[in-house]
Write a protein that binds this ligand. Structure first.
Ligand code: CA
Length: 254
């Protein structure tokens, strides 16, 4: 028996493409915490001119406040600051506020001891003054990429299904499922939002990107995925929503 879905599903493929594009350019929201006006202004002007959105604080207390109340992709943190030094700030950010925004520590003191203290406080990277502005940007982008990789490599779990992006292992109803890479990607996309209807175009764009698979490519991979899951778990957790696309139904674990 077919259940007709009456609500319309927005075509999010364009949005997904735009997201990917801005991600490729890596335009970030950056917080600068630096008390020397000349350095802060240089960093601010350079990063803003490169297209990033930038906020700045001239002391540790204001910096910490901004870092915990707003969402940033990266923080440039000076070591010696009025109000609260960079290491204390970083430690409070990590241990008390439980915020894992990447931190690039900036310091004038090139000693191993400071580096160790900075990393112990939870900084992700370190730059010694004077630095090239382009290098600051490159490090911020690299930190952000590592960080977003870390976020998306968390295990996904819904109903009887679990997927570990690190090991690429899939478990369905207690059985492990072996799948080719494109089928894994297809499943991972749908597991990101169980219950939501994904249009064919959206899935094609997510899995094949600019390779532009034909509708047969998606159909055959979807068939392979569903067959493998049915065989492993005894039922098919994917539903065809006629005229719209597919969705993952996630029955409660019994
Ligand atoms: Ca300073």
């Amino acid at each position: 028996m077919h259940s007709l879905v009456k609500h319309s599903v927005p075509d999010t493929s364009i949005m997904a493409r735009q997201c990917r594009r801005s991600n490729e350019l890596s335009l970030l929201h950056i917080l600068i915490i630096e008390d020397e006006p000349a350095i802060a202004t240089n960093l601010y002007d350079f990063l803003e001119a490169r297209g990033h959105s930038v906020d700045a604080a001239g002391d540790g207390i204001t910096g910490l406040h901004l870092a915990v109340t707003q969402k940033f992709d990266g923080i440039l943190l000076d070591l010696g600051l009025p109000g609260m030094d960079g290491i204390t700030l970083c430690r409070k950010l990590r241990k008390e506020a439980d915020i894992d925004t990447p931190v690039l520590m900036l310091t004038a003191r090139d000693t191993l001891d400071d580096k160790l203290k900075g990393f112990d406080g939870g900084a992700d990277d370190y730059l010694v003054k004077p630095f090239a502005l382009k290098e600051v940007e490159a490090r911020l982008v690299a930190m952000h990429k590592r960080h977003s990789g870390k976020v998306t490599s968390r295990a996904l779990e819904t109903g009887d299904l679990s997927f570990n992006p690190r090991t690429l292992s899939i478990q369905f109803a207690g059985a492990s499922v072996k799948l080719p890479p494109k089928c894994i990607r297809l499943l991972a996309v749908m597991m990101g939002e169980p219950g939501r209807v994904f249009s064919r175009r959206e899935l094609e764009s997510e899995v094949w990107g600019d390779e532009q698979g034909t509708s047969d490519t998606l159909r055959s991979h979807m068939h392979e995925l569903r067959r493998a899951l049915s065989r492993a778990g005894g039922y098919d957790p994917i539903e065809t929503v006629h005229g719209l696309g597919y969705r993952l139904i996630s029955p409660a674990r019994s």
